[in-house]
Every structure is written in C-alpha cells, then in structure tokens.
Design a protein around this ligand. Structure first.
Ligand code: DER
Length: 232
C-alpha cells in the first residue's frame, strides 16, 4: 500500500546514500527502519560491506540478528558514523517527536553519539509544526515511582494532559526496554521545543523526552506520489 511503499523508498534511499564500508551504524526502532535493515543486509551481501550495528531497542536487536548483521554495542563501539531511525512527526526545522514505539531513550543516546542522524519516514510524518498530524503527544520516559508527580509537573508547567501509556497486550502500563514507564504529553498549540525539552528533562524522575531538537542532519520522506522528499 502507499504508506508501506513510501516507507520502503525513504529507507532504501537513506541506506544507499549514507552507508559506506567499515561504517558503524545505529539502527533505530519501529516499522520504517525494518526496510532500512533489509536494504542494508542486501548491500552487505552484494557489495561485501563490512559494518557493525548498534540497536536502539530489543526490537532493533532482533532485527539485526534476524538479518545476520554484525551486532555491537556502545561499550565496544562508543562512536558511530551514522544512525538511521524513524520518527512520529517532524516539523520544517527537523525537530522530531519520537517514542511512538516506546524506544526513545536508547534512540536518543544512539543518535547523540552518531556523526550523522538520518531520519526516514512516510508522508504522514512530514509537518510544518509539531502536532499537525501526530495527535498522540510527546512521549516522556519516567521512573515508575515518579510518574504521578511528573505528570502533574508537566501539566502545571506546560498545560495539556500527561497520560500514563497503558499496554494493549498486557494488563497495566507499558514497561520500556529500560524498565521504566511512559507518559504521553498531549499538548496544545505551538511551543519553543528546545525550551520544552529542557523544562521536562529537569523534572525529577524524568529519564528522557521524545523531543529530538537540532539532532537530525537530514530526513527522507516517502511521498504519496512515489517520490522521496529530502529535508535538511
Ligand atoms: O518510537 C520511535 O521513535 C519510532 O522510531 C517511531 O517514531 C517510528 O516508528 P514507525 O517507523 O513505525 O512509524
């Protein structure tokens, strides 16, 4: 269908343009990055590329293993050449909302140690301002014992509603790969996202936010007409 084809085109272009021999690669989480890993595995096989891959979640680790790609971690490989990851929404300055898949903590760490952070997404994620298309809010990873006071602090400081993310296939809240809980901050209007990110991060009990500000070097959006839009 149009969305899956758009994801695949964006993912393949990113891998073809940004992956080189001997590269250390951060592998993001979610559904779009699956296409990127498949394309990477094809290139490794056909070109004999030597690469190592650092996962950003249990899902990403499984993806690397399933595609027979060399697995490493930040203890062994603390600096990366490129990170390829999806996003829930990007604004025109490539400020991102990430964490729809609940993997934002490791994603942000891996993106932060990569020389190039490359975003891949379908047309549903390409917005002018955050909140235009993504309505599920900004994910915030919190330590479990603090989720109530953190939710109250976010609402007091920034307005909106901060909601504990409940699991679908398990009773109770979603527990992240890092053993924490997730709040989704349903915001209104426009914000200075750099300031919002700092404000939320300073609240005791907050581990990380799903706001990736000034991190993405480039984004490839698969469009409905089959083209790929590159935004820098
Ligand atoms: O959780 C995340 O940050 C994922 O990267 C997500 O934002 C993108 O997931 P998708 O590729 O399935 O849309």
């Amino acid at each position: 269908d149009a969305v899956e084809s758009a994801k695949n085109k964006a993912a393949s272009m990113a891998v073809d343009l940004h992956i080189k021999d001997n590269f250390r690669i951060g592998i993001g989480s979610g559904s779009t990055v699956v296409y990127a890993v498949q394309r990477l595995a094809e290139r490794v096989k056909s070109e004999g590329l030597k690469v190592v891959c650092v996962p950003t979640s249990f899902q990403a680790r499984q993806l690397i293993i399933e595609n027979n790609l060399p697995l490493t971690d930040l203890e062994i490989t603390p600096q990366l050449d490129v990170c390829i990851d999806g996003a829930d929404e990007a604004d025109s300055s490539l400020c991102l909302i990430k964490g729809g898949g609940g993997c934002l903590l490791q994603e942000k760490v891996v993106a932060s140690v990569s020389d190039q952070f490359v975003v891949i997404a379908d047309y549903r994620k390409k917005s002018t301002h955050l909140g235009e298309q993504w309505s599920k809010g900004v994910p915030v990873e919190v330590v479990g014992m603090a989720y109530r006071p953190v939710a109250s602090a976010i609402e007091r400081l920034l307005g909106g509603k901060a909601v504990l993310r409940q699991a679908k296939a398990k009773a109770g809240p979603v527990v992240t790969d890092n053993g924490n809980l997730l709040l989704d901050w349903i915001f209104e209007g426009r914000h200075d996202w750099k300031a919002v990110n700092s404000t939320i991060k300073m609240i005791p009990g907050v581990v990380e936010t799903g706001l990736f500000v000034n991190m993405a070097r480039v984004a490839y959006f698969g469009m409905e007409d089959g083209s790929v839009s590159e935004v820098k």
